[in-house]
Design a protein around this ligand. Structure first.
Ligand code: PLP
Length: 420
């Protein structure tokens, strides 16, 4: 495998961008590698600048549920481009996309389009605070909700302390209102509510966590959150940036049968373009400007090209009745082969993570017990054999509708070679 061109591009990129990248995980430092520079993609494949081809299980970190370059989406984008790249004004596509999302995710009565998952969650939290008149939020250790100040928080040393910034540059005050709980641990949430329930605006959660590797909610955990938030007059915010239209057309809320007050969406709803959204109960969303006094805005929000991609994506999902059963079937093949070789796997639908660990993984602490050095070796073996997985143990593997059975079986063979 030659990487001369990628390596040269990386050296050049290092002189121009921090770490040579525009998003840190791409730097591949967790697996001791340097980035590949991608030139093009098609179906379930990526091709790098040196001409190496990879079966892609990163899928742009989730959006590419149909793989790359589905013609329905690319053609829709080309048509939209020809009518203007951005208007900064209302257009019909926004209505169509909003209707498509609402139809599939009925907890969303009013929706606002934004540009990234970070923006969606940050804005939904502002709506929750505006609506409830409360400041505190609960988040779960190991869940990622984008890089806004208040959410870059880690648990403090005491069980009931407020969180500490998890990044330099975040003032301590910004995380003072962020409380940390343990994923899948009802008691950790109960204790926070018992102590300061009247001050809590919302609980924000990845309803199936995928940013500490995949960690599914335990039976009843989401229902418990629904109950306790309602009891204390707090809101339940599902961050479905990954799970939305991924676990089912109605997202994790349909998959697990729990209805949140607010939902953040991203990735798939943009069809591969920068688009995200937040929405929920009408009376909460009516707090958003210009109806209410919670301010949130965006020059490129509802961008016509991104919206065209989103509409094509959601229409394609509707027109593919076997989408979720096929994703499940293919992903189960990978899961089964890993299990048979003694690797612990967490999988929900088409998101899965093999953990190099002796125990089970149910929260951040158990996820962290995984052997990252072993994962780095696994990554190296896969990439050298034409398989691209996330360059970190604590990410998900995404399976798309474009993954052929042949490519899945080839992947299994290569993983088995490594494990043997
Ligand atoms: N929420 C979740 C669950 C995510 O996985 C991510 C990104 O991976 C975000 C929010 C942030 O989205 P973005 O990277 O589009 O800002």
């Amino acid at each position: 495998m030659k990487t001369n061109i990628s390596d040269a591009l990386y050296q050049q990129a290092l002189t121009l961008m921090p770490g040579g990248v525009n998003s840190p995980v791409r730097a591949c430092r967790n697996v001791g590698k340097t980035p590949l520079f991608i030139e093009r993609a098609y179906g379930d494949k990526l091709v790098d600048a040196d001409g190496n081809e990879y079966i892609d299980y990163v899928c742009s970190w989730g959006p590419n549920i149909f793989g790359h370059c589905r013609k329905e989406i690319t053609e829709s984008v080309i048509r939209a481009v020809q009518n203007g790249l951005t208007f900064g004004a209302c257009h019909k596509g926004e209505i169509e996309l909003a209707e498509l999302i609402k139809k599939n995710v009925p907890s969303i009565e009013l929706i606002r389009l934004v540009n990234s998952g970070t923006e969606a969650v940050m804005s939904a939290i502002r709506a929750a605070r505006g609506y409830t008149g409360r400041d505190k939020i609960i988040k779960f250790e190991g869940c990622y909700h984008g890089h806004s100040d208040g959410l870059l928080a880690k648990a403090g040393s005491g069980v009931l302390t407020n969180s500490l910034p998890d990044s330099e540059g975040v003032p301590k005050g910004c995380t003072d209102n962020t409380l940390s709980a343990t994923y899948n641990d009802e008691n950790s949430v109960k204790e926070l509510f018992e102590r300061m329930g009247e001050e809590i605006a919302c609980v924000v959660i990845e309803p199936c966590a995928a940013n500490m590797g995949v960690v599914p909610p335990k039976e009843g955990f989401l229902k418990f959150l629904r109950q306790i938030t309602s009891e204390y007059g707090a809101l339940l915010l599902f961050d479905e940036v990954i799970t939305g239209f991924r676990l089912s057309a109605g997202g994790a809320q349909q998959y697990y049968g729990v209805k949140p007050d607010l939902t953040a969406l991203g990735k798939i709803i943009g069809g591969g373009m920068p688009l995200a959204a937040y929405g929920g109960k009408r009376e909460i969303m009516e707090c958003i400007a210009p109806l209410g006094n919670v301010y949130q805005a965006g020059t490129l929000s509802g961008n016509p090209v991104a919206v065209a991609a989103g509409i094509a994506m959601l229409r394609l999902i509707e027109a593919t009745p076997d989408l979720y059963s096929e994703l499940d079937r293919k992903s189960a093949l990978l899961e089964k082969s890993l299990f048979q070789k003694g690797i612990y796997v967490n999988r929900v639908g088409s998101v899965l993570t093999p953990f190099f660990t002796d125990g089970t993984v149910t929260d951040f602490k158990t996820a962290k017990s995984a052997d990252v050095k072993q994962y780095a070796k696994y990554y190296s073996h896969l990439i050298e054999n034409g398989i691209l997985v996330a360059p970190s143990q604590f990410e998900a593997m995404f399976v798309s509708y474009a993954h052929s059975d042949e490519d899945i079986y080839n992947t299994i063979k290569i993983i088995e070679n490594f494990l043997e």
